[in-house]
Design a protein around this ligand. Structure first.
Ligand SMILES: NC(=O)c1ccc[n+]([C@@H]2O[C@H](COP(=O)([O-])OP(=O)(O)OC[C@H]3O[C@@H](n4cnc5c(N)ncnc54)[C@H](OP(=O)(O)O)[C@@H]3O)[C@@H](O)[C@H]2O)c1
Length: 332
């Protein structure tokens, strides 16, 4: 497995990380045994970075990862680096109630995550979305205290803009920013990416398949369950969906010429954007994981990159990447 650094102060991690969210929440039901088998297969293949959030299934995702790690051979367990997001507040029904980045809340969230994961430290700890009522310096300062005490190894950020990144980095070393980045979500290129590069902060890119939309497997007639994020996502609705799947077909032609899959092209494109970028893939089945890992073997020549750019130019997607209420929480 190739590795990449998570910024100048973070750990060296596998060039692809496994995002575990879909194993517990937001993309309809997932098979528990298959999720655990996928986690084990990822560790076996050399994946070291596992990403979760304490609010993914309200603790379910952390407990699932904890269970998978306990059942894994010791060497595999020890190679795992766990990245945890906190701060999103949810009701028993799963409604989103806002964000909490107060220092006391940070320590409380961490205490619970350590128990659910069954570990003595969290490798990268980050606030999921900026809490508008709490200066980022206070939230990052609280994580820095957890670093001093050994409960956390590195401080990360998630979906924040350039100014917040600078303020956070002036408070304590920041390893990486987790943010959506894909062929059809290129918003970070103008200001955020130059800022992280200037400050030596890495990127963990999520949604590299745009939640399955540009995986090559998504079809317009797919039935989504009511709790599925995609049932409300603007990019998956009506004309937007038809337009976006048209982009996928343009990509499929390039993929077929190279003898690889659409998902592999999409992941390889993110990998090609720089050694400071580590794509997270949201595989929750072993076959999807195998496909995603295959992207590491895909070399995109300048002519391939030009063809991809022509097929899916920046800004080509129809629809925002989140519903309006959730867009309001994004600085990025
Ligand atoms: N910081 C943040 O705000 C934030 C937000 C969202 C996610 N994340 C993190 O990023 C991770 C990845 O995000 P994501 O799951 O939305 O991204 P993604 O990798 O773009 O999408 C995953 C979806 O793509 C489909 N898919 C099809 N082929 C695939 C393949 N070969 N490999 C993987 N997936 C394939 C899967 O659908 P099927 O299972 O139906 O095949 C899966 O539901 C999450 O698990 C989470 O840890 C962070």
């Amino acid at each position: 497995m190739r590795t990449r650094p998570l910024g100048t102060t973070g750990p060296q991690v596998s060039a692809l990380g496994l995002g575990c969210m879909g194993m517990s929440a937001l993309y309809g039901g997932a098979d528990r045994a298959e999720s655990i088998a996928t986690l084990h297969a990822a560790l076996e293949a050399g994946v070291t970075l596992l990403d979760t959030g304490d609010f993914y299934g309200m603790g379910h995702n952390e407990m699932l990862i904890g269970e998978a790690l306990r059942a894994a051979p010791a060497a595999r367990r020890e190679q795992a680096l766990i990245s945890v997001k906190f701060g999103a507040l949810r009701s028993p029904e799963g409604n989103w109630l806002g964000y909490d980045g107060r220092p006391a809340a940070v320590k409380n969230f961490a205490a619970h995550s350590l128990q659910r994961l069954g570990v003595d430290h969290i490798d990268v700890y980050r606030l999921a979305r900026l809490d508008p009522d709490v200066p980022i310096e206070e939230t990052v300062g609280a994580i820095a205290e957890l670093v001093e005490k050994g409960y956390v190894r590195h401080i990360g950020l998630s979906e924040v803009g350039a100014e917040t990144i600078r303020r956070a980095a002036a408070t304590a070393p920041v390893s990486d920013l987790q943010i959506e980045y894909s062929l059809i979500s290129r918003g970070i290129e103008e200001e955020i990416l130059p800022t992280t590069r200037e400050l030596g902060i890495g990127i963990t890119a999520y949604g590299v398949l745009s939640r399955g939309l540009i995986s090559g497997h998504f079809t317009a007639d797919r039935q989504l369950s009511p709790g599925d994020f995609r049932a409300m996502s603007p990019r998956f609705q009506g004309d937007n969906l038809r337009h976006n799947l048209g982009l996928v077909e343009a990509l499929r032609k390039i993929a077929e010429q190279k003898g690889v899959s659409v998902a592999q092209i999409a992941i390889a494109w993110v990998l090609s954007r720089g050694e400071d970028i580590v794509p997270l893939v949201g595989a929750r089945r072993r076959d999807r994981l195998t496909e995603a890992l295959g992207a590491l073997e895909v070399t995109l020549e300048p002519s391939d990159l030009a063809a991809i750019e022509e097929a899916v130019p920046a800004g080509a997607a129809a629809g925002d990447r989140y519903p309006a209420a959730q867009m309001a929480h994004l600085e990025s």
